[in-house]
Design a binder for this molecule. Structure first.
Ligand SMILES: Nc1nc2c(c(=O)[nH]1)N[C@H]1C(S)=C(S)[C@@H](COP(=O)(O)OP(=O)(O)OC[C@H]3O[C@@H](n4cnc5c(=O)[nH]c(N)nc54)[C@H](O)[C@@H]3O)O[C@H]1N2
Ligand SMILES: Nc1nc2c(c(=O)[nH]1)N[C@H]1C(S)=C(S)[C@@H](COP(=O)(O)OP(=O)(O)OC[C@H]3O[C@@H](n4cnc5c(=O)[nH]c(N)nc54)[C@H](O)[C@@H]3O)O[C@H]1N2
Ligand code: SF4
Ligand SMILES: [Mo]
Length: 910
C-alpha cells in the first residue's frame, strides 16, 4: 500500500507542481495561500484532493477475523486494491439474538484494526529460507518450495529410520486458533505420531481448579450471558485490556444494577470502572476465596438444596482412612466408583446416582434427602460427610484470620461475601492468569466452592473460565485423522519443564525450605511427584526428541529460564528444526528451515474460538505475500514430499504401538486422496460437513462473513437459539451428571497426591514469589493491551501508543528507594538471569512487586536479553495427579501448567 501510494503521490505532485507553476509563478510551497471556502472557490491546486478521494476506493471487500490467541474472534471487512490490503473495518452485522440483550456489534480491537499495516511490516516472512550461518546468526538463503520441502522430507524420514517413533516433535502453538490452520499441523502430527504439547498448559491457561470441581474447565458463558448478572467479580482478570470486544457486556450489566468487583493487586484498567476494587496481595487469592467460604458457612448463607443435588458435599467419607466410602468397601465385588449418601428419609446409606460407576446417569435425588452434616455408621464403618470436612477446613480462614495474608480489611470481605451470596446471578470471572500461579488450582477450587455453596450454577451464575469448548466433531476429525491416529499428546507445562531441564535452574533460584513453607512442597518432593506421575502413566512424556517442526509457536519467547531452555532444546533437535511462521519471531530466528505461512487475510479459514456463537469466515481477501502459503497447503506439500521420498527410498513406514505410520501413503491420507488439496478445500469440507454450521454453503458464508452456530454447537447442552449460553444448565435443569468421579461438583479428592499435600478439600496455599527465594521483589507479567503476546508488538502504531520499548511498572516509592526515575533504564536480575527495561511509574503497585507486560520479543530488549531469562518456574504436583476418576491426562482439561508468576527479582538503575 505504501509503495503504491508513494508512486501515486509523486505522480500527482509533479502534475500539481507543473500546474501551479503554469498558473501562478509567484506561488511557492513555503507561502501557501489561505482559501476561505474550499467548496466554492476555484483555486489553482485542487488536484491533490483526488489523493484523498482515491484513498478509499477498492477493487473488492473480503472477509476475515484474526487467527491468533486473542479469544476475541471478530469478523472484519477487508478492503483490497491491486492485490494489496488497504484497510480493514469491523463488520458489525451480527444479529441480535434476544431483544433484551445488547448485540455483539461492533467487535474488534486496535491490534486487529492495524493488521493491514502489520502484514506488510519488515518482519513478515516472504520466502522459504534455509539457514546458512550458525543457528541464530541471521544468515539465510532463499530456496524454492520444492527443494526445501524435499530436504525437510528426507530429514524427517531420517529421524524415523534412525530413532524410531516418538522422536519428532511437530508442535503447533497458540498462533493457529482458526479451524483450518489448527487442523493442518494436527492432522500431520496424527499421521506421523508427532509430539504435540497441550497448548493450554504450555502457556499456563488451564483452570485446573475448575476441572477438579466440574470435570470440565471449558464450559463457560457466552459474553452476552454476563448482561443479566447482578453480581460480577473479576479476579486475576483484566477484561478491558484482554477481552476488548466482549468487555462491554460487563459494563452494560451495570444498567441492570449489577455490582462489579475487581480483585487485583494493581488498579488495572478494569478495576477503574468497578464498584469496588479489592487490592489483594499478589498470590493471596485462595485465602480470600476461603474466607468467603468461611463467612458463607458461618453465617449460614448457603443453599442446602443445591448442595445436596449438584455437589458431592453430602457424600460419605470414612473416619478411619479419610477415603470416600466406596461400594467396594462394603461389598466384595463392589465398584470403587460408587459412593454413598446418608438418606435422612430412610435413615440409611444409599448409593449416589450419577457417579462414574453408577448405572443411573442422573443427579435427581428422587425421594432421597442426603444429610449434609453428621456422623453415621455404615456396615460398622464410621463415616461423615464431605461438607463436615469442608467446614472444618474453612473454619481456619475467617476474614479476620486471613487479613494479614490478603491485605484486605475483614469487614469489607464479610460485607462482600454477603452481597455475593445473596445475588440472583453471580458470576466469578477468573482470568487465565489463574493457571499461571502455582496456587491457582487452590483459587479455582475454592471459587467453585463459593459458587456451589450459594447455589450459583446454570442460569443463576457460576465460574467464567474464559473459554467455551464448542462442539465441532468434523473439525476434530479433520485434525485427528478421523480419530484413527493421534499425535503423541503431552502435558504442556510438564513437557517444557522436562525437555528444558528446568529443574536444574529452579534449584538455583528457589530456597527449598522457604518454598515448602509457601507452596506446600519443595523441589525434591516436586521432582518425586513428576517421576511418579510419569512412571504411573498419569501423565505421558516421550523424553528427548531429535527433530522439531514448530508451527505458529513462539517457544523461545514464551518459556521461562529462557536462555537455558533454548540451549537445551536446540541441542536436542540438532538434526532438524523447521519453523512454519508468518513472521520472523524469536523462535523462527533460530530455525534451520523457515517456511512462510499466509497471514490472516491471505488464506481460507473459519474461526469459532471465542465467547459467542458466531463462526467467522476468512475468505482469502488477498493472495499470500511473496511466496508464502496457507498452513494447510504447506502441510500438504510436506506430506507429498515425504510420501515421494519414502517411496523412492523404500521406506514404507513403521509400526508405532497399535497403529502403523504409513509414510508411503501419508500424502494420500492427508489430502483424503486428493479431496483436500488447499485451504479452500479444507474450509469447504468443514462447512459442508459440520452440522453445527447449519448447512450453509461456503459461498453464502463468505459473502456474509460469519455463520451463526445452531443448537448443535453446544457440547454440554444445546445452544439456545434466542438466549445467551449459560454453563451447566444441563446439570442444573436436566440433572445430567457432571463429568466427575462422583458425577457431582467435586470438593473431595482422596487421590494420594492430594492427601500428601493436605488438599483433600479446598484450602489455601501461597504462590512462591519473593518469600521463597533470596530476591526481595515478586514479579508478575500480565498481558498487554497493545499486542496479542508477541504479535503486533513491533508494529509502529502499537509502539506509538505506549513507551515504545520494553518497560517494567514500578511503584514510585520503591523507585525512590532504589534511586530509579520514571523513564530511566533499569536492570532486573536474580540468580538465573537479568534483563534491561525502561521504568514506568505505576502508583497502585505494591512496593514488593514489579509488573511487566509479557510478550515483548527478545530482539526488542537491550542485548537481546528478554524478561524470561530471569523468570524461574515450577510445576504444581497436584496437577500431575492421575488414575482417579476425572483426574488423568486430558487434553485442554487436566495436566500441569507452565507457571509464569512464581519468580522474584531485584532491580537497580542500569
Ligand atoms: N490485548 C490482549 N488481549 C489478550 C491477550 C493479549 O496478549 N493481549 N492474550 C489473550 C490470552 S491468550 C490470555 S491467556 C488472556 C490473559 O488475560 P487475563 O485473563 O486478563 O490475564 P492477565 O492479563 O495475565 O492478568 C489479568 C490481571 O490479573 C491481575 N493479577 C495479577 N496477579 C494477580 C493475583 O495474584 N491476584 C489477583 N486477584 N489478580 C492478579 C492483574 O491486575 C492483571 O492485570 O488475554 C487474552 N486477551
Ligand atoms: N511471563 C508470562 N509469560 C506468559 C504469559 C504471561 O502472562 N506471563 N502468558 C502465557 C500465555 S497465556 C500465552 S497464551 C502465551 C502466548 O505466547 P506464545 O505462545 O509465544 O504466543 P504468540 O506470541 O502469539 O506466538 C504465536 C506465533 O504464531 C505465529 N503465527 C501467527 N499467525 C500464524 C499463522 O497463521 N500461521 C503460522 N504458521 N504462524 C502464525 C506468530 O508469528 C507468533 O509468533 O504466553 C504465555 N507466557
Ligand atoms: S485481534 Fe482478536 S480481538 Fe482483536 S480484532 Fe482481531 S479477532 Fe478481534
Ligand atoms: Mo493465553
Amino acid at each position: 500500500m505504501l509503495r503504491m501510494k508513494r508512486r501515486d503521490f509523486l505522480k500527482s505532485t509533479t502534475l500539481v507542481g507543473a500546474g501551479v507553476l503554469a498558473a501562478d509563478k509567484s506561488w511557492a510551497l513555503n507561502r501557501l495561500e489561505p482559501i476561505e471556502d474550499t467548496l466554492d472557490t476555484e483555486y489553482p491546486y485542487r488536484d491533490w484532493e483526488d489523493l484523498y478521494r482515491r484513498e478509499f476506493t477498492w477493487d473488492k471487500i473480503g472477509k476475515a477475523a484474526h487467527c491468533i490467541n486473542c479469544v476475541g474472534n471478530c469478523a472484519f471487512d477487508v478492503y483490497v486494491k491491486d492485490g494489496i490490503v488497504l484497510r480493514e473495518e469491523q463488520l458489525a452485522k451480527y444479529p441480535q439474538i434476544n431483544p433484551n440483550v445488547p448485540d455483539a456489534n461492533p467487535r474488534g480491537c486496535q491490534k486487529g484494526s492495524i493488521h493491514s499495516s502489520a502484514m506488510y511490516d519488515a518482519d513478515r516472512l516472504r520466502y522459504p529460507l534455509k539457514r546458512v550461518g550458525k543457528r541464530g546468526e541471521g544468515k539465510w538463503q532463499r530456496m524454492e518450495w520444492d527443494e526445501i520441502t524435499e530436504e525437510i522430507a528426507d530429514k524427517v524420514i531420517d529421524i524415523f529410520v534412525k530413532h524410531g517413533p516418538g522422536k519428532l516433535m511437530t508442535h503447533t502453538g497458540s498462533g493457529n486458533l482458526s479451524m483450518v490452520r489448527f487442523a493442518a499441523p494436527y492432522r500431520f502430527a496424527s499421521l506421523v505420531g508427532g509430539v504435540q504439547l497441550d497448548i493450554f498448559t504450555d502457556v499456563g491457561d488451564l483452570n485446573t481448579g475448575a476441572h477438579l470441581a466440574y470435570g470440565n474447565p471449558l464450559e463457560s458463558f457466552t459474553s452476552d450471558a454476563w448482561f443479566d448478572a447482578d453480581y460480577i467479580m473479576m479476579s486475576l482478570f483484566n477484561p478491558n485490556a484482554t477481552r476488548i470486544p466482549d468487555a462491554h457486556y460487563i459494563w452494560e450489566a451495570k444498567y441492570n444494577g449489577a455490582r462489579v468487583v475487581s480483585v487485583a493487586p494493581d488498579y488495572n484498567p478494569s478495576s477503574i470502572h468497578a464498584d469496588l476494587w479489592m487490592p489483594i496481595k499478589q498470590g493471596a487469592d485462595p485465602f480470600l476465596s476461603m474466607s468467603f467460604v468461611n463467612v458463607i458457612i458461618e453465617e449460614k448463607l448457603y443453599k442446602p438444596d443445591f448442595m445436596k443435588e449438584q455437589t458431592d458435599l453430602p457424600v460419605l467419607v470414612r473416619a478411619d482412612t479419610g477415603k470416600m466410602l466406596r461400594e467396594v468397601d462394603i461389598k466384595a465385588d463392589g465398584s470403587d466408583q460408587v459412593f454413598y449418601h446418608w438418606d435422612l428419609n430412610s435413615g440409611a446409606a444409599v448409593a449416589v446416582k450419577g457417579s462414574m460407576g453408577s448405572e443411573d446417569k442422573t443427579l435427581a435425588l428422587e425421594g432421597i434427602d442426603p444429610a449434609l452434616e453428621g456422623t453415621f455408621t455404615v456396615e460398622g464403618i464410621e463415616v461423615t460427610t464431605v461438607f463436615e470436612k469442608v467446614k472444618a477446613e474453612a473454619s481456619k480462614y475467617s476474614p479476620e484470620a486471613t487479613a494479614s495474608e490478603t491485605g484486605l480489611a475483614a469487614e469489607m470481605v464479610r460485607a462482600e461475601a454477603r452481597l455475593f451470596a445473596g445475588a440472583r446471578k453471580a458470576i466469578l470471572m477468573t482470568g487465565f492468569n489463574i493457571g499461571r500461579y502455582s496456587n491457582g488450582i487452590y483459587t479455582g477450587w475454592a471459587q467453585t466452592l463459593m459458587l456451589a455453596l450459594t447455589g450459583h450454577g446454570g442460569k443463576t451464575g457460576g465460574l467464567d473460565t474464559s473459554w467455551i469448548d464448542w462442539k465441532h466433531i468434523p473439525w476434530l476429525s479433520l485434525a485427528l485423522f478421523g480419530f484413527e491416529k493421534f499425535p503423541r499428546l503431552e502435558p504442556g507445562g510438564l513437557g517444557e519443564f522436562q525437555r528444558g531441564k528446568m529443574l536444574e535452574q529452579a534449584r538455583k533460584h528457589f530456597d527449598n525450605d522457604k518454598l515448602k513453607d509457601r507452596v506446600g512442597f519443595n523441589l525434591d518432593e516436586m521432582e518425586e511427584a513428576i517421576n511418579e506421575s510419569i512412571q504411573e502413566g498419569w501423565m505421558p512424556y516421550n523424553g528427548d526428541v531429535k527433530g522439531l517442526i514448530s508451527i505458529a509457536d513462539n517457544k523461545f519467547r514464551r518459556n521461562k529460564f529462557a536462555d537455558k531452555y533454548r540451549e537445551h532444546i536446540l541441542h536436542e533437535v540438532e538434526e532438524l528444526f523447521v519453523d512454519i511462521n508468518v513472521r520472523m519471531d524469536s523462535t523462527a530466528q533460530w530455525a534451520d528451515y523457515l517456511l512462510p505461512a499466509a497471514s490472516h487475510y491471505e488464506a481460507w479459514d473459519l474461526r469459532s474460538v471465542g465467547f459467542h456463537r458466531f463462526v467467522n469466515v476468512f475468505s482469502r481477501p488477498v493472495d499470500p505475500i511473496g511466496e508464502a502459503k496457507p498452513d494447510w497447503d504447506i502441510m500438504v506439500l510436506l506430506s507429498k514430499k515425504i510420501q515421494e521420498r519414502a517411496i523412492a527410498r523404500g521406506v514404507e513406514g513403521f509400526e508405532d504401538g497399535n497403529v502403523s505410520r504409513d509414510l508411503h501413503t501419508i500424502y494420500d491420507d492427508f489430502t483424503m486422496n486428493g479431496t483436500l488439496m488447499t485451504d479452500y478445500d479444507a474450509t469447504k469440507w468443514l462447512v459442508d460437513n459440520s452440522p453445527e454450521l447449519g448447512g450453509v454453503t461456503l459461498e453464502e458464508a463468505a459473502e456474509r462473513g460469519f455463520i451463526v452456530m445452531n443448537a448443535e454447537g453446544g457440547n454440554n447442552q444445546p445452544i439456545p437459539p434466542d438466549e445467551p449460553y449459560n454453563p451447566f444448565v444441563a446439570q442444573t435443569e436436566d440433572k445430567k451428571p457432571y463429568e466427575t468421579l462422583t458425577g457431582r461438583i467435586t470438593f473431595y479428592c482422596d487421590h494420594p497426591t492430594f492427601e500428601k499435600m493436605g488438599a483433600t478439600v479446598p484450602t489455601a496455599r501461597h504462590h512462591a514469589g519473593r518469600e521463597a527465594s533470596n530476591y526481595p521483589l515478586s514479579f508478575y507479567s500480565p498481558h498487554t493491551r497493545w499486542g496479542i503476546h508477541s504479535n503486533w508488538r513491533s508494529n509502529k502504531f502499537m509502539l506509538r501508543l505506549q513507551r515504545g520499548e520494553p518497560n517494567i511498572y514500578i511503584s514510585p516509592k520503591l523507585a525512590a528507594r532504589k534511586g530509579i526515575t520514571d523513564g530511566s533504564m533499569v536492570r532486573i536480575f536474580n540468580g538465573v538471569g537479568e534483563f534491561f527495561a525502561q521504568a514506568k511509574f505505576y502508583p497502585s503497585l505494591p512496593e514488593t512487586a514489579i509488573m511487566m507486560e509479557h510478550g515483548w520479543e527478545p530482539y526488542q530488549y537491550e542485548q537481546m536479553k528478554p524478561m524470561n531469562d530471569a523468570m524461574a518456574t515450577l510445576i504444581q504436583p497436584l496437577e500431575l495427579a492421575g488414575g482417579w476418576g476425572h483426574l488423568g491426562f486430558k487434553l485442554f482439561k487436566w495436566n500441569a501448567n507452565q507457571l509464569a508468576h512464581e519468580s522474584s527479582v531485584d532491580v537497580e538503575p542500569a
